[in-house]
Write a protein that binds this ligand. Structure first.
Ligand SMILES: NC(=O)c1ccc[n+]([C@@H]2O[C@H](COP(=O)([O-])OP(=O)(O)OC[C@H]3O[C@@H](n4cnc5c(N)ncnc54)[C@H](OP(=O)(O)O)[C@@H]3O)[C@@H](O)[C@H]2O)c1
Length: 410
């Protein structure tokens, strides 16, 4: 309830770019609602950009800091200074948390102040608070999903239009779904940072960006998507953090999904995250994964939680090893010479490595001949060994192409 004449809460705003400007506007627009919900009226106490404001003055004059600069420095330095000064911080900065999470959480814990970061993963989808709060003591087995909207837009467009990667990337840039330098998004590093954060929260274990294996979508060919359509598959860049063989596996990779999968219908620049645990079965949340207003809305939600006194648990408690070699199912695309016995030779190599084929299409003749198949789950090391041996066959016209597949039925 609003208390008449209560002291306003002074917010120091670090960064006023796409998200920072949207946050300032949203805060002004929703000030009455924030006051009604928390009893404190928010006001911006100072703004820091490259050309405006002094951090020391803003820190001294604020009760709470919102960091929307991005990158690691000076964001890290400023966030640490605020926490050490006993001031809660809200940030949307995935790189900062994925690379310096241990240090930041330790300082927040020591200082007894909140560090909230809902907007750092999948923007407005409330996945951070869901894992921290709703499932805070649930033994989560897997968190996975589409956590990069740029790549989801590109893959959806490639599948829908048959156009090549470069052409669709240019369109994504025109529409503002991809940055001028798209490498962090299309190469998988952006999704990897988000998965490091989600894995840390879900498994209560320190995971850094360096421990997340990631692949991007730059090598995806239009015909992979066309053939996959025939097999009933759609392609997504997935981030997966799961318990495996006594440890955890945290990875980002392009992956085919069968039509019944809850992530299969997620098209365009959207995000969707699933959480699985024996106690909850599975939960899927989807929505916009970026955008100034949407991200600002998640930041404002964190500000309100701090003012309301909600304290999420974000302690790192256990050490779990990273399991590097895990089981996966694969799509395998072989451009082969059109000659007798090829199929038998390919089948022999796969059989010798203990790999079995789930479905298969053979297309084209002459210089267009191809074998495209989905193989059942096997250890990735086994699959790599088989692919290496296949590469050595005279029957192949170009190196084999493979993409992971989630076989699970939903
Ligand atoms: N944009 C999105 O859709 C989105 C979605 C989710 C999360 N995020 C995260 O939100 C954060 C902000 O992103 P954004 O898109 O708003 O970035 P942005 O548009 O580039 O804005 C960055 C702001 O920080 C300021 N800044 C940069 N370097 C600085 C420095 N050394 N000292 C002081 N101020 C500095 C800039 O100052 P000038 O104004 O002087 O240039 C600008 O005001 C990032 O962590 C990003 O990952 C963004």
């Amino acid at each position: 309830m609003a208390s008449e004449g209560s002291k306003p809460v002074r917010i120091g705003l670090l960064g006023r770019g796409t998200v920072g400007a949207a946050f300032a506007a949203l805060l002004a627009e929703r000030a009455d609602a924030v006051e009604a919900a928390t009893g404190r009226r928010p006001e911006i106490a100072g703004v820091l950009t490259r050309g405006e404001g002094s951090f020391e003055q803003i820190l001294a004059g604020s009760d709470l800091l919102v960091e929307l600069i991005g990158g690691t420095e000076p964001a890290r330095e400023h966030v640490l200074a605020a926490l050490r000064a006993g001031k809660p911080v809200v940030t949307a900065n995935k790189q900062l948390l994925a690379q310096h999470g241990d240090e930041l959480f330790a300082v927040a814990r020591e200082a007894g102040v909140q560090l909230r970061f809902e907007a750092a993963v999948a923007a407005v989808i409330p996945i951070v608070r869901t894992i921290q709060e709703s499932f805070g003591v649930t033994e989560i087995s897997k968190v996975f999903g589409i956590v990069n909207g740029t790549t989801n837009f590109i893959l959806s467009e490639m599948a829908a239009t048959g156009a090549g990667y470069e052409e669709v990337l240019a369109r994504a840039q025109e529409l503002g779904y991809a940055e001028a330098d798209p490498s962090d998004d299309v190469g998988g590093a952006d999704a990897a940072a988000k998965m490091a954060i989600l894995a840390r929260l879900a498994f209560h274990t320190p995971v850094t960006l360096a421990e997340v294996a990631f692949e991007g979508i730059e090598g995806i060919q239009p015909d992979d998507l066309a053939y996959a359509k025939e097999l009933g598959l759609s392609l997504k860049l997935l981030g997966v953090a799961e318990r495996r063989d006594g440890g955890i596996s945290v990875r980002v990779f392009p992956c085919f999904l069968y039509p019944g999968h809850p992530l299969a219908p997620i098209e365009g620049p959207f995000n969707a995250v699933m959480v699985e645990a024996p106690a909850i079965s599975e939960v899927t949340m989807s929505g916009p994964g970026a955008g100034g207003l949407q991200t600002a809305s998640a930041v404002l939600g964190d500000v309100v939680s701090i003012l309301a006194g909600d304290a999420p648990v974000h302690e790192t408690r256990v050490e779990l090893p990273i399991v590097a070699d895990v089981g996966s199912s694969f799509y395998l695309h072989l451009e082969v010479a059109d000659r007798p016995g090829v199929l038998a030779r390919v089948a022999t190599v796969l059989g010798e490595h203990g790999i079995s084929v789930k479905s298969f299409v053979q297309r084209g003749t002459g210089s267009e001949a191809r074998l495209v198949m989905v193989i059942h789950e096997c250890l990735e090391s086994k699959f790599s060994a088989a692919v290496e041996e296949l590469s050595g066959l005279d029957d192949l016209r170009s190196p084999p192409r493979s993409i992971r597949v989630i076989e699970e039925e939903y």
